[in-house]
Design a protein around this ligand. Structure first.
Ligand code: HEC
Ligand code: HEC
Length: 320
């Protein structure tokens, strides 16, 4: 074989020997720095596959000498978050709930956790937005009208022990007796009186008769002015907010066969931290009250009577 190496006279560079129409291709060598970088990446690549998980095998992949694993990394991260939450949860279970709002990070944690607890456990009855369902007697939790109390401690107690829950001895409990023994005309008169309390259309003469019957039969629970009693969960009948419906028929139905709401007790199912979290969430929805209401004091009826209808449930609703 003859030596085909040829030097291009103009650049003094070796040519490849290829020539097209008299134009020859130069064989310029790669720059040193490039070549060494290239070799270094190859060496790095080999070292990397030895140190870190790399080569796919049938059951998994080579583990690598350093024992690094993204899965372990994620597990450690989750554990770290759980640990920091464990601290918050521990503080939440022991904090005085009325002072929760002063502890900004803890309060934020509680409300956020409470929001998901609510979505998972409460929304099926109270509605995703906590607006309640009047037709079914699921109270609106957004307004400031409370059956059992709207302080954060009251709410936590309600959630913890439920309402008329047969399994929890500390459950909130009361029973409205049936008044089906009354004459139909007496029941009508009372219904007119009850509607008069919140300025709904009524017969004034019948309402007058009803007033006396109400004082004798109803005021022990619903209060003399129909303002309700939170120790009994007896609704305020003088505000414009109704649990069971405001129509004459709905009131008659409640008199004849009183319906009473039942709510599960959540203490066992959720644990104290989640009970408190969801109480903080509900308390923050808008109607939360600062301190536990004095049960012996009458509920603040006139304020909400004067207020413009705050929620859909407040209307003279057709729901029965
Ligand atoms: C099975 C349906 C149901 C579920 C689930 C439910 N509730 Fe209730 N809840 C009710 C009913 C019914 C009442 C009203 C009981 C009554 O008439 O006194 C009520 C009342 C309440 C009250 C009292 C309102 C007041 O005016 O005093 C609060 C607070 C409350 N629920 C919060 C919750 C929270 C928080 C959850 C989720 C952990 C929840 N509820 C889950 C049915 C339910
Ligand atoms: C022993 C206490 C008690 C007595 C007495 C009582 N109630 Fe009630 N009443 C309640 C309770 C508790 C509720 C709430 C039931 C529920 O959870 O749905 C209620 C609910 C109602 C409601 C539904 C309110 C709403 O917002 O939809 C009306 C109306 C009502 N009562 C009228 C009367 C009238 C009228 C009398 C007298 C004839 C009377 N009640 C006597 C305890 C009582």
């Amino acid at each position: 074989m003859t030596d085909t190496r040829k030097i291009d006279p103009a650049t003094n560079t070796e040519t490849t020997g290829h020539s097209w129409d008299g134009i020859e291709e130069l064989n310029t060598p790669l720059p040193r720095w490039w070549l060494w970088t290239f070799y270094a990446t190859i060496v790095w690549g080999v070292i990397y596959t030895i140190l870190y998980p790399a080569w796919p095998l049938v059951p998994g992949a080579t583990a690598g000498l350093l024992g690094y694993s993204t899965r372990a990394e994620v597990a450690a991260e989750i554990e770290r978050v759980a640990l920091s939450n464990a601290d918050l949860e521990r503080r939440l279970t022991s904090v005085d709930l009325t002072a929760l709002q002063d502890d900004e990070p803890l309060h934020r944690f509680a409300v956020q956790a409470g929001r998901s607890v609510f979505a998972a456990n409460c929304s099926q009855c109270h509605g995703a937005g906590a607006g309640g369902v009047v037709a079914s007697g699921y109270p609106n939790l957004l307004d400031d009208d409370w059956l059992w109390g709207g302080s954060i401690d009251d709410i936590a107690y309600t959630v913890r022990h439920g309402i008329r829950n047969e399994e929890d001895p500390d459950t909130r409990f009361s029973e409205m007796p049936p008044f089906d023994w009354m004459d139909r005309s007496e029941q009508d008169a009372i219904a007119h009186f009850v509607r008069s309390l919140s300025d709904l259309a009524h017969d004034p003469v019948a309402a007058d008769t009803g007033a006396g019957l109400f004082a004798d039969n109803c005021s022990s629970c619903h209060g003399e002015a129909g303002q309700g009693d939170r120790t009994l969960g007896a609704p305020n009948l003088a505000d414009a907010i109704w649990l069971r419906g405001s129509s004459h028929e709905a009131i008659l139905r409640q008199l004849g066969t009183p319906r009473m709401g039942v709510m599960p007790a959540w203490q066992a199912r959720l644990g104290e931290a989640d009970v408190r979290a969801v109480a903080a969430y509900v308390h923050g929805l808008g109607g939360g009250e600062a301190t536990a209401a004095d049960p012996s004091a009458p509920a603040p009826a006139p304020a909400s009577t004067a207020a413009p209808a705050p929620a859909p449930a407040a209307a003279d609703d057709p729901a029965r």
